[in-house]
Design a protein around this ligand. Structure first.
Ligand SMILES: NC(=O)c1ccc[n+]([C@@H]2O[C@H](COP(=O)([O-])OP(=O)(O)OC[C@H]3O[C@@H](n4cnc5c(N)ncnc54)[C@H](OP(=O)(O)O)[C@@H]3O)[C@@H](O)[C@H]2O)c1
Length: 263
């Protein structure tokens, strides 16, 4: 018997934590693997694991996306325990090591560029490298509507991107590291969609923009935001998009409202 399983990477707080909460509560048969840098310090995640309603379905693994051997080890563990994966959501990101995006060129430095791009773009790609095989074996059984595997694809890989990573949409400039990292992430999504979409078992790979959400990442900018989403609202919208995906959507970049964004 196949046990439906979803992996949320970057699950200690913010959108990643909310994905775990929502997935566990909406689909009683689903196992959720939550990865984070420091499981011991991830208090909210540990609290969720101890709740009777999660029924032992939440599994926490330590993964720093800047560490490929940890990613590989986690993939080995998931393979041993579940043998396949229905959904992978790459959530982890930083705005910049300082917590604020660069406002002009004078703020740009190599360390900021490197750390942001490694965390936001290279890490998710390495997740795709090590978990891709498990996704090809997945049944896509993550929808709230039905537990039946979707007939036209195997697993789903979601990279949580950001509208500011759209080159076409960039009218304001600034935020060099973050914008570049998300543009690179979108290229990774496209490439993954091609390589993991070649075989008989096609993995759907998409980039999704979650809206501006009330989390630590966006906190310095909240006062300028008119339509600030709660994590609950954003994740609910994102899961509606994920549930609706077909192979024809693979390689694309969507908003929380399923609006197609230009790269
Ligand atoms: N919030 C928004 O308005 C907004 C808008 C557009 C896009 N997004 C995107 O949404 C996603 C989630 O962001 P959020 O708003 O939920 O941010 P958040 O609350 O700051 O959470 C970021 C997460 O990334 C993890 N992380 C950072 N570096 C990591 C690393 N090297 N390895 C593993 N995990 C790492 C953090 O874990 P630790 O606890 O270990 O630090 C934390 O769990 C990101 O991809 C972000 O770019 C957010």
């Amino acid at each position: 018997m196949v046990v439906p399983a979803a992996l949320i990477q970057g699950a200690s707080r913010g959108l990643g934590l909310q994905f775990c909460k929502t997935l566990l509560s909406r689909q009683p048969g689903l196992n959720v693997i939550a990865t984070c840098r420091s499981p011991v310090q991830a208090e909210e995640l540990q609290k969720l694991k101890s709740e009777p309603s999660t029924g032992g379905r939440l599994h926490i693994l330590g993964v720093d996306v800047k560490n490929e051997s940890q990613i590989e080890e986690a993939a080995g563990n998931v393979e041993k325990q579940f043998g396949q994966l229905d959904l992978l959501v790459n959530c982890a990101a930083i705005l910049h090591p300082t917590g604020r995006g660069e406002t002009s060129l004078k703020d740009v430095n190599l360390q900021g560029l490197q750390e942001t791009c490694i965390t936001n773009a290279f890490g998710p790609l390495l997740m795709g490298k090590h978990f891709g095989k498990l996704l090809t074996k997945g049944g896509g059984s993550i929808g709230v509507q039905s537990n039946d595997a979707k007939p036209n694809h195997s697993g789903v890989l979601v990279n949580i991107s950001a509208k500011v990573g759209s080159i076409t949409d960039n009218a304001l400039g600034g935020w060099y590291s973050y914008r570049m990292s998300k543009a690179a992430l979108n290229m990774a999504t496209k490439n993954l969609s091609i390589e993991l979409g070649r075989g008989k078992s096609k993995v759907i790979c998409v980039s999704l923009h979650p809206g501006t959400v009330d989390t630590a990442l966006s906190r310095p900018y909240h006062k300028n935001v008119k339509n600030l989403f709660t994590t609950e609202h954003s994740v609910s919208k994102l899961l509606t998009v994920i549930d609706s995906l077909t192979v024809l959507d693979s390689g694309k970049f969507f908003t929380y409202d399923r609006e197609l964004l230009p790269f």
